[in-house]
Write a protein that binds this ligand. Structure first.
Ligand code: 13P
Length: 288
C-alpha cells in the first residue's frame, strides 16, 4: 500500500517537495522561524462518523493551495477510515489520538500502530495529559509508544505539560525536564527530528485559561534549549513545538508571534470548521 505521505506528494507546495531538511525550508511567516507552522485539531471523544465526514469535507473544501501551515486533524478511532477517504489527495494530515505499543495481540479495546497506518494516519498524538491523568500513562509508557510510532513511520505529536499544582509549587521546570528525559529516553538525533512536540499546560486545557504568550514562550524556549543541549542547536531549531490549551482565533496570533511557538494543538476550537479554518489561516487575522 502506498503510504499517505507518498500518495500526497504531488499535492505538496513546491517548497515542501524541494526541501530536503528543516534548514532548507524558507523562513515562514511568524518571524524568522525555520519550521513550517503546524495547526492540529484534537477532537478528543467528539463526533460520529457522519459528523466527522461532514467536517472533513468542509475543511478540505475551505483550504487552498495557499494554505501555509501543515494542517492535521485527529478524529476518534471510529472515524479515521472514513475521514481518510475524504482527505485522500488533499494535503491535510490525519492523526490518531493514541496507540498501543504492541504490534498485535490480546489487548481488548486497543489499537496498534499498523492499524493506524492502514487506516490512513500519518501522525499520532502520544502522552496527552488526559491519557496521563485519566488513564494512568507513565513517562515510560509514553516512551514505548513514541518508539512504536516511529518504527511504524507515524509522526508522533509528543505532549508534555505541568499541572496547576506543579506550576504553583514552582515545579514546572523539573516536571517538563523529566517528561522530556523519560519520554525521549534513548532517542537518537534522527528520532528527535521525526517528532512534533506539544506543550500543553494541564491548567490551560479546556478551561478557557490560555497561558500568556510570554508564559508559553518561556516553556517552549526551555524545551528547545533542552533539545539543543543534547542534540545540537540545528536539530532543535528544526523541531516544531506546538502550544495547546484554550487556543482560539482570538489568541492564536499572539501565541504564534512568539519565536519558539511553531504551531497549535487545538481542542474545543477545532470542532467547528469555521473556527478551525480561522486558526489555520491565522496569518489573515492580522499580519504576523
Ligand atoms: P482545548 O483547546 O479545548 O483547551 O484543548 C487543548 C488540548 O488538549 C488539545 O490537545
Amino acid at each position: 500500500m502506498i503510504h499517505p505521505s507518498q500518495r500526497d506528494k504531488e499535492n505538496e507546495p513546491a517548497y515542501r517537495r524541494e526541501a530536503s531538511g528543516p534548514m532548507c525550508r524558507p523562513p515562514f511567516l511568524g518571524g524568522n522561524k525555520m519550521v513550517r507552522p503546524v495547526i492540529a485539531g484534537n477532537w478528543k471523544m467528539n463526533k460520529t462518523v457522519a459528523e466527522s465526514v461532514d467536517f472533513a469535507k468542509g475543511l478540505r473544501d475551505a483550504l487552498t493551495a495557499a494554505t501555509v501551515p501543515e494542517v492535521i486533524i485527529a478524529p476518534p478511532f471510529t472515524s479515521l477510515g472514513a475521514v481518510a477517504e475524504v482527505l485522500r489527495g488533499s494535503s491535510i494530515r490525519l492523526a490518531a489520538q493514541n496507540l498501543h505499543e504492541a504490534p498485535k495481540g490480546a489487548f481488548t479495546g486497543e489499537i496498534s500502530a499498523g492499524m493506524l497506518s492502514g487506516a490512513g494516519c500519518t501522525h499520532v498524538i502520544i502522552g496527552h495529559s488526559e491519557r496521563r491523568t485519566l488513564f494512568g500513562e507513565t513517562d515510560a509508557r509514553v516512551n514505548l509508544k513514541l518508539r512504536t510510532a516511529l518504527a511504524a513511520t507515524l509522526t508522533p505529536i509528543f505532549c508534555i505539560g505541568e499541572t496547576l499544582q506543579e506550576r504553583e509549587e514552582n515545579r514546572m521546570k523539573p516536571v517538563i525536564e523529566r517528561q522530556l528525559k523519560e519520554g525521549l529516553n534513548n532517542f537518537s538525533a534522527d528520532d528527535i527530528s521525526r517528532l512534533l512536540i506539544a506543550y500543553e499546560p494541564v491548567w490551560a486545557i479546556g478551561t478557557g485559561k490560555t497561558a500568556a504568550p510570554a508564559q508559553a514562550e518561556e516553556v517552549h524556549g526551555l524545551i528547545r534549549g533542552w533539545i539543543a543541549d543534547r542534540y545540537g542547536k540545528e536539530r532543535a531549531a528544526g523541531i516544531a513545538i506546538l502550544y495547546g490549551g484554550s487556543v482560539t482565533p482570538k489568541n492564536v496570533v499572539d501565541l504564534m508571534r512568539q519565536p519558539d511557538i511553531d504551531g497549535a494543538l487545538v481542542g474545543g476550537a477545532s470542532l467547528e470548521v469555521a473556527s478551525f479554518v480561522q486558526l489555520v489561516e491565522y496569518q489573515n487575522i492580522q499580519g504576523v
